[in-house]
Every structure is written in C-alpha cells, then in structure tokens.
Ligand binder design. Structure first.
Ligand code: ATP
Ligand code: MG
Length: 409
C-alpha cells in the first residue's frame, strides 16, 4: 500500500474527548474514528489489525472442531423473556418493542440447536460466530476496550455428559492461550478464576495485565494462575499463599453453563436428558485495544508481528531525488512480489522527521529507510520498532535478509 494513497493521515494532537491510551494512539495514527461514546469506525489500518486478530481466533476455533455460523443481531423479545434476560441493563431495545439488539446469543443458539442436534450421535457439537455485539455500557470510557458496539467471538458447546464438557473446556483453555500467544500477549495473560456472575465456580477469565485494566487479579506465585479479586480468599486451589496483585483487563471468559439454557428451551437428547452447555467468549476488538495498551512507548504503538497492519514500513526520504525515488519504487515492487506486506511512504510533501515520527506512531515492526545517504552505499537502513539500533544493509541482500529475519521481527 502506498501511503500517499492511504485514506487516513496521522495527527499530532491527542483527541480531546478520549481518556484512554488505546483510543488516543489509535485515533492519532488513523486506525479508528470515534462516532459516539463506545462506538468506533475501523479505518483501513485498524481494520487490517482487527481482521488479523479475527483470523487468528477463527483458525484456533476451527482447530478445536468448532463450526462457524453467523446469527442475527436483531433478536425477538420472546426468546429473552424465557430466560428472564429481556430487562437486563446490557440490552438495547429498539422502537419495535418485540426486538432487541444482541449482546450475547444463548437465547438464539439454544433453540437453533433443537433443529440440528437430534440425538446423542450428533454430540458433542461446538458452534461459534464472530460478530458485532451491542451492550448498553454505562462505563464506555476505555476506547475500544469497552465498546457499546464491539466485535466478539462467541462459541457454544453442547454435550450429553459432564466429562465431555470438561474435556472440551480444557481444550478451549489451550486454544485461548494459543490465541493470546499468537497476538504477542502470552507473558501478560493469566488464566483467572472468575469473579462475579452466577457461575463463578465453573468459570474462568483470561486476564491481560495492563494499567488500563478494570479488574484486580492475584497471581499465585506457586502455580502461575490467578484469582479475580471478587472471589479472592487469600488461598489458591493449588495451596499457594503468595500472590502478586495486578490490574488487568478481561480478554476472554469461559463458562460451564450446565443445563441452564437447555432447560429453558427444552433442548434434549433422545433419552429426554437436557444437554449440558459451555459458552466461551472472546473480545476480538478488546484484544486489539489490550495489545495497544501493552505494546507502546512515548512515540506510539508497537505491534507484535502477527497482528501488525503491515510487516514492513518502507520509507523513502529525499523524494525530490529521482534516483532515490526510482530505487524506492523498485524495492517496493520487489517486496510486494515477495508477498511481504509493505506500507510504502512515498509522500513527497512530508519532511524526513514527519515520516519517521509517523513510523513510530503507526508502529509497524520493521522500518526500511532509503535516502540519498543510504543509496550512496547501495544500501538501505533497517530498524526494528522498539529498538534504537539501526543497521545498513546492501540492497542486493535485502530480500534474503527479510526472508530470514521476518520470522523473528
Ligand atoms: P466485563 O466484565 O469486562 O464487562 P463481561 O463479563 O461482560 O466483561 P462477557 O459477557 O463474558 O464479558 O463477554 C465475553 C468477552 O467479550 C469478554 O471477556 C471481553 O473480552 C469482551 N467484552 C465484553 N464486554 C465488552 C465491551 N463492552 N467491549 C469490548 N469487549 C467486551
Ligand atoms: Mg460486562
């Protein structure tokens, strides 16, 4: 992508109406645009990141045998009245008094499964979607960490015995950790005994440590798992008694629902036994916000390679010099043809300083600069975001270098 053609521009000033760091940086760099409190447009750079996270989530869900569907967002009141969740705070209602906007989907998936799970032979089944959710969030001040409209992956599993649910629950824990690992958050994310809610004894959260977090967790020094402050009683189930207190944001939440919803909607096997359900949520857009909160410095964002909008930011300084310009175009074509994702700063009205500041703000993992100075050496200058060190590299060696190096940017 040529930066001169990019829809968005960066801005120096923080938006006046944003408090959270993720919203400030994402807005200044042109990744998102706030429409109203907790409601954001994802602009080209932002959508690239969101889609990458979405695909990681999708791949990992498919890897545990879950099948993807897409349920509607506009949902009939009848279903919600059956479970007593029509009048909860989260539910947005619309002027048609028989419909509301989906903030979760147990009320839809459970009756849907009655048409498809006809006997025990059809079990277990795991069905998920990745979809915009709507929630009336009174505290929508945390940028994309807490939206009133946000992207969530919700997975529901159906079983006819506890062992099957327990086994699937453990597989999902592992899949979730693979997701956070691929998003660069492995060292920051803890399996946490969940606080609040109705099902806390059979529910876990995945909490990512960040000062922007709204939860307090206690990480057990013995086993490395954590406990949410809301259920903390000074002792871990492993016996550990030493803890580290941290602020954290919930990036995922898994529940053993039991027969709560299958009873309401009468979802049974052929022996008349109500199915046992699990549900597994993951905030795709919140994860993007959490990544920004974790990976940044005073100059901007620092995307982990798997979720970066591009892997390489190619910057041509001295665009007035035809030789530099021509070489830059040539390198851009070579990189594109090598299937590398490149944002090429070919703008000629920007100063070197402005271009390099933009690189830091946008946060692409590797910067490649070409200028009169580097071209004299038949070289480009390479720098990784987050490192101070720069390195001159012969242009003829560039592709080989990138092919080897792109793995560990
Ligand atoms: P929280 O306690 O933060 O409000 P929750 O318990 O209401 O979260 P769930 O209903 O379990 O969340 O939703 C599943 C996942 O969706 C959460 O783990 C979180 O990652 C994400 N999520 C929940 N609410 C929001 C929101 N308002 N904006 C963005 N992501 C959200
Ligand atoms: Mg909530």
């Amino acid at each position: 992508m040529k930066q001169a053609d990019l829809l968005t521009r960066t801005v120096k000033e923080n938006p006046k109406d944003e408090i959270s760091l993720n919203a400030k940086l994402l807005t200044r760099a042109g990744f998102v645009d706030k429409l109203a409190s907790g409601i954001y447009t994802y602009l080209p750079l932002g959508l690239r990141v969101l889609s990458k996270i979405e695909n990681i989530v999708r791949e990992e869900m498919n890897s545990v045998g879950a099948q993807e569907i897409l349920m509607p967002s506009l949902l009939p009141k009848d279903n919600w009245e059956k479970t007593g969740r029509w009048n909860v705070e989260e539910m947005y209602k619309i002027h048609d008094e028989n419909l509301g906007l989906g903030w979760t989907h147990e009320e839809i998936i459970t009756p849907l499964m009655k048409k498809h799970i006809l006997s025990s032979h059809d079990l277990p089944k795991a069905i998920y979607q990745i979809q915009s959710k709507f929630r009336n969030e009174p505290r929508a001040k945390s940028g994309i960490l807490r939206g009133r409209e946000f992207l969530m992956k919700d997975l529901y599993s159906f079983h006819n015995n506890e062992e099957s649910l327990n086994e699937y629950y453990e597989r999902i824990k592992k899949a979730y950790f693979r997701i956070y690992e691929r998003c660069g958050l492995k060292d920051k994310t803890y399996l946490t005994l969940a606080g609040g809610g109705t099902f806390s004894s059979s529910s876990h959260e995945f909490q990512t440590i960040t000062s922007a977090g709204e939860d307090i967790i206690y990480i057990c020094k013995e086993c490395g798992n954590a406990i949410n402050k809301e259920v903390f009683d000074k002792k871990c189930s492993c016996g550990g008694k030493d803890f580290i207190e941290e602020k954290a944001i919930e990036v995922g939440n898994i529940f053993k629902l039991g027969t709560k919803y299958s009873k309401v909607f009468d979802l049974k096997d052929e022996n008349g036994k109500h199915l046992i359900m699990g549900c597994y949520g993951l905030g795709v857009s919140r994860l993007m916000g959490a990544i920004v909160e974790v990976f940044n410095d005073d100059k901007g964002m620092m995307w982990p390679k798997n979720v970066a909008p591009f892997s390489i930011h190619l910057v041509s300084l001295d665009m007035g010099d035809n030789d530099v310009k021509q070489k830059a175009e040539e390198i851009y074509d070579i990189l594109q043809n090598s299937n590398l994702e490149v944002l090429y700063d070919n703008r000629d009205e920007k100063t070197a300083g402005e271009k390099l500041n933009d690189c830091d703000l946008i946060g692409i993992p590797m910067r490649i600069v070409i200028s009169q100075k580097t071209l004299k050496e038949e070289s480009v200058e390479i720098k990784k975001r987050g490192e101070e060190k720069t390195e001159l590299l012969k242009i003829k060696d560039l592709i080989d270098f990138l092919k080897n190096d792109i793995q560990d940017i």
